[in-house]
Design a protein around this ligand. Structure first.
Ligand code: PEP
Ligand code: MG
Length: 540
């Protein structure tokens, strides 16, 4: 048994096999090799392993999805037996003395292009397949396993780090836990793990060089104790199973609170809403009996892809959330990209201080086309229920006026086009110290405030929320943060608008009474925390 320590970023315990997450490197490094015979042998071994894997996948898939759908794995296997493909790879190794990874990659690219240029639609479609099989062979060469979401078994994902884009693209039903070497509790990956209700450990003290040796081994990720065990002894397995059973019964007890009000013993009421990253999370919102959606992080729709989603795609996604919430409020935040949420297609370059840089509303105000596309989708979707639109990273009244002007124009244009639009509430996030300090003025411009305590903490305390070394300095309970929250709350009410908290602090049960005393109108938390928060409110 090997035992490691880590920081827990979400609760729970998971038992299962490890899959080491392989970053999809766009291009393997090109290296010169002296011993080409050895390289050819590595290639041969990798091809055999990949073919064996495809054979297993084919047999597995026949039972689950039928022969017709399983055929793709057989086609992939045949591609790996294609003599032209193999000869091209071997030629590059022998004649140019390059490493096998690079030779496979270059051959995959060449064949993919040839297929793409063909007239026959069937052959054209094979251009993606040849890239896919080449990646499989490269994974066999590097020893990294694909997070095999094709396999039927859910896995514990072990990685150096995971970006929000990578996390969002994983099939939740196949992930038992996340365990990473890097990462901080306040990163969006951690937030995603919490909202998916998946146990997660970051900053785990394993050696990166050893990572691949863990592949396929049985492990336990105990997010309650901050421990990760590989090939645990029987006693640890038994304890983990006990903990699992305890957590299940605690959950069952919380389930009895469904349908009850969020009301204190002396009759004070508060809205408890949920945070989501996609319309698919609405199931969890309904399941946990949240009163609405307080934060739909729309930027997750933009991650892990090659281009921004268009108006139609966004409209469908927002509409689905709004319709499924059936009259309950759904607050959708406009694109909050940048900092740790990166995409390639917006021309965002590396910055020295990304959190203080080009992100969120700054990108939207500089890129009106992108902003308007999202606003069009939002206004159209808002016709289907009770919606609100919220703008992130606000620092000035001028920004808000500019936003309202653009939003107003978009709405008018849609009406002129004869499109149906709603009248959503317009609100802003209070997540910079500047916005909290001028909240009296800002409250006169908008319908509501939602306090983003994750960024408010980062900016007030000058502590990068992504930096794992600063974990001990990231103190959201700091007096300065609580004063800014109180000030924001008072200024909202003085001006007759409502105020909520949608940052992670909203679910911090040590502060629930403080927030209720301040008169906060709404707390929005990950769906899995709704019922424990209800319990805390009812105990005040
Ligand atoms: C926040 O900053 O508290 C917030 C809710 O937004 P995000 O975590 O997405 O930056
Ligand atoms: Mg924020």
């Amino acid at each position: 048994m090997e035992e490691f320590r880590g920081n827990s970023v979400s609760s729970g315990v998971a038992l299962g096999n490890i899959a080491v997450f392989a970053k999809e490197e766009s291009e393997p490094e090109k290296k010169s090799v002296e011993d080409t015979d050895k390289e050819l042998k590595r290639l041969n071994d990798a091809l055999n392993l990949a073919k064996k894997e495809l054979e297993n996948l084919y047999n597995d898939a026949i039972d689950k999805v039928g022969e017709e759908n399983a055929l793709i794995f057989d086609i992939h296997k045949m591609m790996l037996e294609d003599l032209d493909y193999i000869e091209n790879i071997e030629g590059l190794i022998k004649d140019e003395g390059v490493n096998a990874e690079y030779a496979v990659f270059a051959t995959g690219e060449l064949f993919s292009k040839t297929f793409a240029d063909m007239d026959d639609e069937y052959m054209k479609a094979r251009s993606v397949d040849v890239i896919d099989v080449s990646k499989r062979v490269i994974r066999k060469l590097t020893g990294k396993a694909e997070v095999s979401l094709e396999s039927s078994e859910p896995v514990i994902i072990l990685a150096e780090d995971l970006t929000p884009g990578e996390t969002i693209n994983l099939d939740k039903s196949k992930v038992l836990a996340f365990v990473t070497k890097k990462g901080s509790s306040n990163s969006h990956t951690a937030i995603l793990a919490r909202s998916m209700n998946i146990p997660a450990l970051v900053n785990v003290d394993f050696n990166l060089e050893d990572l691949s040796k863990f592949n396929g081994k049985f492990a336990i990720a105990d997010a309650a104790a901050g421990k990760f065990y590989v090939e645990p002894v029987d006693e640890i397995i038994e304890n983990a199973r006990k903990l699992e059973a305890e957590l299940d019964s605690a959950r069952a007890e919380l389930n009895t609170l469904k349908g009850l009000e969020n009301v204190t013993k002396d009759g004070r009421k508060i809205n408890i809403f949920a945070n989501i990253g996609s319309e698919k999370d609405v199931d969890a919102v309904i399941e946990n009996d949240a009163g609405g959606i307080g934060l739909f992080r729309s930027e997750f729709l933009y991650l892990g892809r090659d281009q921004a989603p268009g108006e139609a795609e966004q409209f469908e996604s927002y509409k689905e959330a709004i319709v499924r919430m059936a009259g309950k409020k759904v607050i959708i935040r406009t694109l909050d990209i940048g900092a740790d949420k990166k995409v390639d297609y917006l021309g965002l370059v590396e910055e020295e201080n990304p959190a203080l840089g080009y992100r969120a509303i700054r990108i939207c105000l500089n890129n009106e086309g992108l902003f308007k596309t999202q606003l069009r989708a939002l206004y159209r979707a808002s016709a289907f229920g009770n919606a609100g639109i919220m703008f992130p990273m606000i620092t000035s009244v001028d920004e808000v006026r500019r936003i309202k002007e653009i939003a107003g124009k978009v709405r008018e244009e849609l009406i002129l086009e004869g499109k149906e639009v709603g009248s959503p509430e317009l609100g802003i996030m209070i997540e910079t110290p500047a916005s909290a300090l001028i909240s009296d003025e800002l409250a006169k411009e908008v319908d509501f405030f939602s306090i983003g305590t994750n960024d408010l903490t980062q900016y007030t305390l000058a502590v990068d929320r992504q930096n794992e070394k600063l974990g001990g300095f990231y103190k959201p309970h700091h007096k300065a943060i609580l004063s800014l929250i109180k000030m924001t709350c008072d200024n909202a009410h003085k001006n007759g608008i409502w105020v909520g908290i949608c940052g992670e602090l909203a679910g911090d049960l040590e502060l629930t009474e403080t927030f209720v005393d301040m008169g906060i109108d709404e707390l929005s938390v990950s769906p899995s925390k709704v019922l424990s928060l209800r319990k805390a409110v009812r105990n005040i």
